[in-house]
Design a protein around this ligand. Sequence first.
Ligand code: NAD
Length: 480
Amino acid sequence: MQKIQNYIDGKLVDPRSGNFLDNINPAEGKVYSLIPDSDAGDVADANAAAQKAFPEWSAMAVEKRSANLSKIADLIDRDLEALAVAESVDQGKPVSLARVVDIPRASANMRFFATGAIHFASEAHITDQEAVNYTTRTPVGVVGCISPWNLPLYLFTWKIAPALAAGCTVIAKPSELTPMTAYLFSKLCIEAGLPPGVLNILHGLGGKVGQAIIEHPGITAISFTGGTVTGKKIASTAAPMFKKLSLELGGKNPNIIFADCDFEKALSTSIQSSFANQGEICLCGSRIFVERSLYQKFVDAFVERSKNLTIGDPADEKTKVGALVSQAHMEKVLSYIDLAQKEGGRILTGGKQVRVSGRCANGFFVEPTVIVGLSHECRTNQEEIFGPVVTIMPFDTEDEVLAYANSTTYGLSATIWTENLKRAHRVSARVKSGIIWVNCWLFRDLRTPFGGMKQSGVGREGGWEALKFFTETRNVCIKL
Ligand code: NAD
């Protein structure tokens, strides 16, 4: 059985304890590889390597750092197919999705920040002709990057690329549920000649090795993406140590559809924003609000399209909905479907685990599920489900739908469908979300600020925001 290893000081190594955990293929429901059960001892080794590498990496000419990262991007492109297959096996997503979304985006992340760092500049201010102020931004030191399981290599590289480009050295931990592509990535770093210790990748449990990364006094900044409950725990450990913190957390995103929308576009994109990646994307629009005059037409068409989505073997090119990431997650999603019915919801399609025939007979598949008849206030509409489950609710006025949209503790993203430009501006300005799409969804420009309001997070990633996070700002004032 394949054994994944940690990547410390430029080498692939077993965890100090010698202990390994099972890694499960969610489409088959069986163990297919082993991952290091790392602990504080491995964090100490990674920290020693990262501290040793920091002076040279942070002082390296930015063009040279950039070339290192671009080389890794090239190797990701070269191995696109193998990485897409590995991501699909490890996570359960359709390979056809990993091939066009996850892996291309991972190399785009590396290349974007490799070139971005070259253009990163700082300000100078002349003060009343009497003084000149100039601002410098220098890498903060050794940083921790912790990522979730839903878009494994995509979100892993979204953090480590700006950290490395800014001149930091990194200790990174992918989710224990989806470690494989981060492991393959560490091999690409070795092949690309990334200097030892610049990036260290530790595998294992969040509460063990993840917590040890947060607690380590040598690690000065933490960039975390994951659930809101974990985010609170991380903040409670890191804040009293005055570590810099970037938190990208959960969401319960509204998808607001006005009667004057382009119906076909709103419908087909809403199918994607509901069920892409089995609904396991923090930006999925899980609460769909439709203006009453369009409501029934939309519901009927949406249910029809949902029924036509092919569920099954992620390796099959025709599959649109693959397996959920784990049995525990599948059970959580099914428990919310149960709750929705107890809260008075009616299931128009889906609602059950799917038994796929053949090699995927024991996999964790759930039907795309559409629920109506619920109040915006019930738990089903307030808590993050993170699966192929959406609710649809009617509304009459803008004020009413804004009250519904803003009623949760989350504020990550929102989608608005209208052909009325004034309404688009008006509603965008009043939705309490950090990321708003009008007449599109998940249309990304990596230069834009990315992150949520309220309990969806603290800080922003993307573009200069990310490079600023991984640097410390210093202002120098010189009297003329
Ligand atoms: P999670 O919080 O369970 O785990 C995320 C990562 O944190 C994993 O690597 C895990 O091992 C680690 N971890 C867990 N406990 C830890 C601790 N005490 N200290 C340090 N690390 C710890 O989240 P998940 O289930 O992997 O991912 C799903 C969640 O992520 C959803 O809530 C989703 O909305 C969110 N998410 C948010 C964004 C965003 O950009 N805002 C993007 C993707 C996913």
